[in-house]
Design a protein around this ligand. Structure first.
Ligand code: TXA
Ligand code: MG
Length: 355
């Protein structure tokens, strides 16, 4: 589509150009180890407002501010509380976001009116080089249009910018840096350290057990005020999505598909994907099946890496409805994968008995 930028390979010259664009009030989409972000100077309220317009994001949902180093972060928000320091020392740079008190007058563009701010130091080399050269704090939500699956490739960023352009928003001057596929694939774990104990506001790439190992027992979930992002519809493909549990009977799932009629697009772990394909072939039931997760994936690293591109794949199949297997929430990234699938499906399950 005209007016939609092409992605630039993130070499030194492209990163320098993008850093200048950020410092001058422009928008830059860039890779992080979790997902691609859409960034602007967090102290520039007008630039941040543009992020909300391009994403179609509700104005009361605050943004995460990214820094290239803990030193630069501390210069913007002050010393971290002790719990925050312990977590930061252990996990930064990396997929941890801390919610801390916000110094009055700072990082306004990211705060959505709150007196706290979410901050993180990403580990992706392109993100770090960009943040270091721009030398400004960078507010960056995931680069998807609001409500859609997050962006784990530059291609998916450009897809969603095309959607913004189709909605009449000028995106032609946005720089998109292509640094390859995001290696973690789900967003950072958001931890509130403003109180006496840590609270996980969003499950993410850093496991609950990792946070607890450093911060002691953590509470999970926040109220609407503490965790504004969690009240919105999220991550959803356009095709209606149903889930089934990892112990559901495949034959019963396929009978449900047959009774429903039409073409199904299905995400399932490899062994089950083959089984479902065979069952569909026997009946016959029309289905497109894609396997998700590795054969041995106890921490959900493979699931997480492919999750959002798989949700986008569902929409490309011309299917009437979609199904996805829900992994057990064991450890590592699996609780985050479960959380994203539950939100993407609005908690809808195929009505079959589990075995
Ligand atoms: O991995 C990530 O975190 C990616 C990359 C680009 O860094 N960013 C990301 O941003 O996922 P976004 O905007 O899609 O999600 C930010 C989450 C939302 O749930 C938002 O409500 C929450 O962080 N958040 C931001 N500021 C907050 C604050 N002050 N208090 C509580 N939650 C906050
Ligand atoms: Mg997001």
């Amino acid at each position: 589509m005209s007016g939609v930028p092409d992605a630039l390979r993130a070499d030194g010259a492209a990163v320098s150009g993008a850093a200048r664009r950020l410092a001058a009030g422009g928008l830059v989409a860039f890779p992080t180890e979790t997902v691609y972000g859409l960034g602007a100077n967090a102290d520039d309220v007008g630039a941040c407002r543009r992020i909300y317009a391009v994403k179609g994001r509700p104005p009361d949902n605050p943004l995460i501010v990214h820094f290239d180093s803990i030193e630069r972060l501390a210069a913007a928000v002050g010393a971290l509380p002790p719990l925050g320091q312990a977590l930061a020392r252990r996990f930064w740079p990396g997929p941890l976001t801390l919610v801390v008190a916000r110094p009055p007058g700072r990082l306004e563009g990211a705060a959505a009116g709150l007196d706290t701010v979410a901050v993180r130091v990403p580990s992706h080399p392109v993100a770090r080089a960009l943040l270091a050269e721009a030398a400004v704090p960078v507010a960056a939500p995931s680069a998807n249009r609001s409500g859609r699956p997050s962006t784990t490739t530059a291609v998916s960023v450009c897809e969603d910018l095309a959607r913004a352009a189709a909605a009449g928003i000028d995106v032609s001057d946005i720089v998109v840096l292509d640094g390859g596929g995001a290696s973690f694939g789900v967003e950072s774990t958001v931890v509130d350290v403003t109180g006496p104990s840590a609270r996980i506001l969003r499950l993410g790439a850093l496991g609950i057990e990792d946070v607890e190992g450093e911060a002691g027992p953590v509470a999970e979930g926040g109220d609407d005020h503490r965790s504004p992002g969690t009240r919105y519809r999220h991550y959803a493909p356009e095709v209606p999505l149903w889930l089934f549990e990892a112990d559901a009977d495949s034959a019963a799932v396929v009978r449900w598909i047959q009774a429903r009629g039409g073409v199904a697009a299905i995400l399932a772990t490899a062994a089950r994907a083959h089984h479902i394909e065979a069952l569909c072939g026997d009946l016959p039931v029309r289905a497109r099946v894609r396997s998700l997760g590795g054969a041995h994936d106890p921490d959900g690293e493979d699931w997480a890496r492919d999750l959002f591109s798989s949700l986008r794949w569902l929409d490309a199949q011309g299917a009437d409805f979609a199904l996805a297997e829900l992994p057990w929430a064991r450890r590592g990234r699996l609780p985050a994968v479960r959380d994203r699938l539950l939100r993407a499906s609005a908690g809808r399950f195929v009505p079959v008995e589990n075995i």
